[in-house]
Design a protein around this ligand. Structure first.
Ligand code: GAL
Length: 846
């Protein structure tokens, strides 16, 4: 009897331990409402921060800003081509130190979402695949192909094992709560038919078989098999439904802006619309939102995809390329996250009740069994504000907006009303840095026999370079007889060169004749120009330049690059001469690259000439170098490259990236936050270089003697290159008083006491900076936007004095918006605003 009861106890403990273990090893699960962490459904706000797009020295600061911005999760892709540059040779150092990045996320107390891919798209070179993968015998990317699947499995396992080894999955006490396999495969899957479907289900099974202890997702994959959660990417995702009722509604890419390509415009997405899209998703039962990008960063080196993706991957994200918060985007989303978090207990409790408040107005009301009530009041009208009655109270809803009421009574946030300050950032000169240039001309006369070869016909560029360099020389010669009539006053012949991209420079007998480039949509280049030839042997040298390998499209591994012909000379006495199948010499890369002129150690290998000794003319194919000391302060730095043409730039041997002063064509007229956002709306920079400034990470610099090297393809004026500091020069605030006819009641956390909250304007400069003057202040009905404010018909004359007294000399100041503060009501019965622009400068100069 006694032994029996002991064994029952042992059994009982065993079951308890088993259950406990199961619980621990299954700490992240999901249901139809949300991701469930340690038994709790969560509303999770997440943001994409790609580790190689900033430096390890920047990571902690960016991640902490994300945390302060109200994020719970940091999402990153894993970039196969940086981790495995050659088969079986791995690199997890420096910017590629994924473990350090995730441990920084963990240290900040945040979760992580690891999108392993390993296809990532992401405007990243070759969509994240290593170029060697293309040369694995018999390979075909992203389909039911054994060599591809084998390679994908080896890499995915490598990453999962690394994460397990470092205890990084939540099931092991780490930060990773979700992982992604593949990326937006749905459309291709349908196109590829059975092999596509087989590959997709194989990828799903392979991932699940890795037993990470946390859920897997597949984005834009409507038929993702259980237990994988299918998720949505887009500018809006409220209409999305997961493929099973027991899967939560997850938005993996809420696009905060858009990427740029050289020659294109810069895209901005108004934060009012982004906040509205997010609130719309949450009110329709969404429980996980990831901002793509929260910090976009920089495509350093040759990591930009393409072709033609810019070096900047700023993306108009809440944290800008340089790691500084972008206001009011960052602050407004922070307020949104606070409001959503206040609603969390009600949101996770079940589906909302929806009631109509008007033609385009609705209330989504969430209740919990513990008595929580949260409401989202939406106005989908693109043009008009509307007054609605909800819960016995009247509310004005601005157009295209959602108001959030965490207690079903008080609006704590409206997506269209920005209550936070905005800032103006400027690139200011660092007067201490003057460059003294030296030059070295890429020698065109000799070919390096070791790295070159000769063959008949035109070859695909990547097949020759294996992407070891952007540059490939195609060189041939033509023998022109002395009797050719163009040599005796006749019309000059024309040269036709057809290339599949991406850019092309044509040299005849060592002189640059002209250049051409394609676009991201159409990579095909047709170059046809008159050329000057002489009697005898003439050298035709075509420098083909890759500008980032394609990162998107079905079987892009088979897309060709470079001069594939035809190459034809027209207008000779015999008619035309087709050079396509002639003898061509190939030379991979530049002499300067082979001699490693960008690095500190090998500077003696070439003859540099003092810049001042060289006539200032447009000099193609030139290396320029200069030394400089690090500027004081801690503002982020950038190179102003506007005076240059096209090329690449390095600091202390590290590549900052490709530069190209290509002028943006587009329509920069239309921008309003209302109405469906598309990248064709809210474009900026028309008629200006798509990218003028190139980020120089501070951590790449030494105090003195930094080496700056650049390679210029076309010609430019390096004497006008300057190093600039990204600085906040002014802060703006623009806020309404509360409606005079409306009671502004606030229920405190006990739900009883009523207090009146007067809105306040907060102004804050960067740390170490103070307000030096008030550029503009108006309590009344001012007009314009930050940087261009002007007085309206109603204006309190004391506005400027009031703001000056409160703010000048301070890093931050707060001014309550009330008639009393401005002497008297400047226009009774009119809804007024307080609008301010204040200048900031380093505190020492105040
Ligand atoms: C998505 C893709 C991302 C990125 C984005 C555009 O379709 O999943 O990787 O390319 O588009 O920035």
């Amino acid at each position: 009897m006694e032994t029996n009861s002991i064994s029952k106890w042992v059994l009982f403990f065993f079951i308890v331990i088993q259950l406990g273990f199961q619980y621990i090893s299954c700490s992240v699960t999901y249901d139809g409402k949300a991701i469930v962490i340690n038994g709790r459904r969560r509303i999770l706000m997440s943001g994409s921060i790609h580790y190689p797009r900033s430096t390890p020295e920047m990571w902690e600061d960016i991640i902490m800003k994300a945390k302060e911005g109200g994020l719970d999760v940091i999402e990153t892709y894993v970039f196969w081509n940086v981790h495995e540059p050659s088969p079986g040779i791995y690199n997890f150092e420096g910017r590629y130190d994924l473990v350090r990045f995730l441990k920084t996320v963990q240290k900040a107390g945040l979760y992580a979402h690891l999108r392993i891919g390993p296809y990532v798209c992401a405007e990243w070179n070759f969509g994240g695949f290593p170029v060697w993968l293309k040369y694995v015998p018999g390979i075909s990317f992203r389909t039911d192909n054994e060599p591809f699947k084998r390679a994908m499995k080896v890499f995915t396992e490598k990453i999962v094992n690394l994460m397990k080894h470092e205890n990084l999955f939540e099931s092991q006490g780490g930060p990773i709560i979700l992982s992604q396999i593949e990326n937006e495969y749905g459309a291709l899957d349908k196109k590829y038919g059975a092999p596509g479907y087989n590959y997709m289900t194989w990828a799903a099974e392979m991932a699940v078989g890795l037993r990470t202890g946390v859920p897997w997702i597949m984005c834009k994959q409507d038929d993702a098999p259980d237990p994988i959660i299918n998720t949505c990417n887009g500018f809006y995702c409220d209409a999305f439904k997961p493929n099973k009722p027991y899967k939560p509604k997850i938005w993996t890419e809420a696009w905060t802006g858009w990427f740029s390509e050289f020659g294109g415009v810069v895209h901005k997405r108004p934060v009012e619309d982004l906040a509205y899209a997010v609130a719309r998703f949450i009110q329709k039962g969404g429980s996980f939102v990831n901002y793509y990008m929260y910090h976009g960063g920089t495509n350093f080196g040759r990591s930009a995809g393409g072709p033609f993706i810019t070096t900047s991957y700023d993306y108009d994200a809440p944290i800008d390329e340089y790691g500084l918060v972008r206001q009011p985007k960052y602050g407004h989303l922070t307020e949104l996250h606070k409001a959503i978090k206040q609603c969390e207990p009600a949101l996770v409790s079940g589906d909302p009740t929806v009631i109509s408040l008007g033609t385009n107005q609705k209330a989504h009301i969430f209740h919990s069994k513990f008595g929580h009530c949260a409401a989202f009041l939406s106005n989908d009208d693109k043009a008009n504000a509307t007054r609605v009655l909800f819960n016995k109270m009247r509310h004005t809803l601005p157009p295209w907006s959602i108001s959030i009421l965490p207690d079903c009574r008080n609006i704590v946030f409206n997506t269209a009303k920005i209550g936070v300050q905005s800032t103006r950032m400027k690139m200011l000169p660092t007067h201490s840095v003057m460059f003294s240039w030296q030059m070295y001309n890429e020698d065109l006369t000799t070919r390096d026999e070791d790295s070159g070869f000769t063959t008949f016909g035109l070859l695909d560029q990547v097949n020759v370079t294996r992407d070891a360099s952007d540059y490939l020389w195609y060189t041939t010669s033509v023998d022109i007889g002395s009797t050719e009539s163009f040599l005796h006053g006749g019309e000059h012949p024309k040269l036709l060169v057809q290339s599949t991209g991406h850019a092309l420079h044509v040299f005849i007998n060592g002189e640059l004749l002209g250049s051409a480039s394609g676009t991201r949509e159409s990579r095909r280049i047709t170059y046809k120009e008159k050329i000057k030839l002489r009697s005898g042997i003439n050298k035709i040298a075509l420098l083909s330049v890759a500008m980032g390998l394609s990162n998107i499209g079905g079987h892009y591994e088979s897309w060709e690059t470079g001069v594939l012909g035809p190459v034809v000379l027209y207008g000779l006495d015999k008619g035309k001469q087709d050079l396509t199948h002639s003898k061509w010499s190939y030379q991979v890369g530049l002499k300067g690259e082979a001699k490693d002129v960008v690095s500190m150690n090998s500077m003696s290998s070439v003859e540099w000439v003092q810049g001042s000794l060289i006539a200032q003319k447009k000099q193609p194919l030139t290396w320029h170098k200069a030394y400089f000391n690090e500027p004081e302060g801690n503002e982020p730095l950038a190179l102003d490259m506007q005076s240059m043409g096209k090329g690449q730039v390095w600091i202390n041997g590290q590549s900052i990236g490709r530069y190209w002063t290509a002028y943006a064509a587009g329509d920069c007229q239309r921008c309003h936050y209302t109405g469906t956002y598309r990248p064709s709306k809210c474009q900026v920079g028309c008629g200006r270089p798509t990218q003028r400034w190139y980020h120089v990470p501070r951590s790449w610099l030494k105090l003195t003697g930094n080496l700056l090297v650049l390679f210029e393809e076309i010609g430019g004026d390096p004497t006008r290159i300057s190093l600039v500091k990204r600085s906040m020069t002014s802060v703006c605030a623009d806020m309404f008083e509360y409606h005079p006819k409306k009671k502004n009641w606030h229920y405190n956390s006990y739900g009883k006491t009523q207090i009146i909250r007067r809105p306040k304007v907060h102004l804050q400069c960067s740390p170490g900076f103070s307000i030096t003057s008030i550029k503009f202040a108006s309590f009344g009905t001012p007009l314009g936007t930050c940087g261009n404010f002007r007085q309206g018909t109603c204006h309190a004359p004391s506005s400027h004095d009031v703001l000056s007294k409160r703010c000048i000399g301070k890093e931050k100041c707060v001014v309550t918006i009330s008639n009393n503060n401005f002497g008297q009501d400047p226009c009774p019965n009119t809804l007024k605003r307080l609008t301010v622009e204040a200048f900031c400068a380093p505190t020492s100069r105040v």
